[in-house]
Structure formats: structure tokens, C-alpha cells
Design a protein around this ligand. Structure first.
Ligand code: GAR
Length: 210
């Protein structure tokens, strides 16, 4: 049971040319993996020349290696300021001629250094129906608020955290016996459906803007 908006046909998501995606991830990387799968299945006309991760033991690194994606560790602990980390990220993505930046579970606040280098080209996924439950522990926030429906949002990133024009959302029900794990798993099923679609949608927009 879920509700996805907008509903788009594969035909509507076709891309005339290949979109180059620079992915940033901090953790498990299941969303990174579905992007790679969508490309492999030809649902998304894209390529991932580079994956940046910030935690040395993030599982996403192994996933990247399995998919043959070049991975780079930029450990935020080695940078004095958020802006310095973002500058390093910008340099890596510019060197790889990236069209769109995908924050696939990137658990750092981004600055204008990144957002101004790639204006309206940074996409974030968040496990709530924004503007509800921004910030960390969004799934727990939804449980604590005792709402009956929550979901996930893919949006363009702006300076304000978990804020910006929405590309796609999916809603899921919350059941009486849900824990944060069961609810997050239900949300992630929907994340995995909408993320590749929302990326295709934004790629189409930037290709036609050019
Ligand atoms: C996802 O559920 C994503 O929505 C969330 O992190 C998870 C990463 O999962 N992102 C945020 O909370 C950002 N505010 P993954 O590593 O399995 O893709």
C-alpha cells in the first residue's frame, strides 16, 4: 500500500542523452544500489563516474566496488569547516564532468560552496513527507508524532536542511505495531521506487533547460 506522486510512465522518463551522476553517501547505500540497478536495467539513461563517501567503514564503499564505480573517501573529520569539505567535493565532481549530484543518504549539512557550484543540480532524499519531520531521526519523529501516514521525498537541495522544490513523494501507512526499523523498511521500499524516477525527471528538466 503506497501512493506515489507524480505518477509517471517509463515513456515520460526517457532521456535523450546519458546523465552523469555524482553520488554522495554516508551509510549503507541501498539507494545508491537502486540507482546502479536502474541504470543496468536501462530504466535510467545514466552513469555514475564517481561515488564520494565520508565514513571510512560505510557499506556503500563495497557496493560501489561491486558495481565497478570509482569511489573516493572524503572524510569530513579531516576538514576544519563544512565549506572545506564541500570545496573538495566540488573539485572531484567538476573533474568528472558531473551533470547532477545525488545525495543518497548523505548525513552532512551542505553549504553554498556546493550548492552554488551546482545550482539546482543537487538532489536529496529524505525519509518523510516534507515539510514534515526534517532533520535527523525523521522516522522516529513520525512515530513520536503518532501520525498515520508518512513517506519519503526527493527534492532539490537548498541551504535550509531538508528543504527545496519537491520532485517526487511517496506515502506509506504507519501501523500500530511499527517500530522505527519496520517503518523505515517500508519507507525505503518506496525510496527505491521513486529515487531513480525523480533523478530521470530532473535530468530531463536540465537537458531541456540547456
Ligand atoms: C535513507 O532512508 C534516506 O532517506 C536517509 O538516509 C537513508 C539512507 O539509506 N536520508 C536522510 O535521512 C537525509 N536527511 P541508504 O544508505 O540505505 O541509501
Amino acid at each position: 500500500m503506497s501512493f506515489i506522486s507524480p505518477l509517471l510512465t517509463p515513456e515520460q522518463l526517457k532521456l535523450e542523452k546519458t546523465v552523469k551522476l555524482g553520488v554522495m553517501a554516508s551509510g549503507s547505500g541501498s539507494n545508491f544500489e537502486v540507482i546502479c540497478e536502474a541504470i543496468a536495467n536501462q530504466q535510467l539513461n545514466g552513469e555514475v563516474p564517481i561515488l564520494i563517501y565520508n565514513n571510512p567503514d560505510a557499506k556503500v564503499k563495497e557496493r560501489g566496488e561491486r558495481w565497478g564505480v570509482k569511489t573516493i573517501l572524503l572524510n569530513h573529520r579531516n576538514y576544519k569547516k563544512r565549506e572545506d569539505l564541500d570545496q573538495a567535493i566540488v573539485e572531484v565532481f567538476q573533474a568528472h564532468n558531473i551533470d547532477l549530484i545525488i545525495m543518497a543518504g548523505w548525513m552532512r549539512i551542505v553549504t553554498k560552496v556546493l550548492l552554488e557550484a551546482f545550482p539546482n543540480k543537487v538532489i536529496n532524499i529524505h525519509p518523510s513527507l516534507l515539510p514534515s519531520f526534517r532533520g535527523i531521526h525523521a522516522v522516529e519523529q513520525a512515530l513520536a508524532a503518532k501520525v498515520k501516514v508518512t513517506g519519503c521525498t526527493v527534492h532539490l537541495a537548498e541551504l535550509e536542511v531538508d528543504h527545496g522544490p519537491i520532485l517526487m513523494q511517496a506515502a506509506v501507512p504507519i501501523f500500530e505495531d511499527d517500530t522505527s526499523e519496520t517503518l523505515h523498511a517500508r519507507i525505503q521500499e518506496q525510496e527505491h521506487l521513486i529515487f531513480p524516477q525523480a533523478i530521470a525527471l530532473r535530468a530531463q528538466q536540465i537537458f531541456t533547460e540547456k
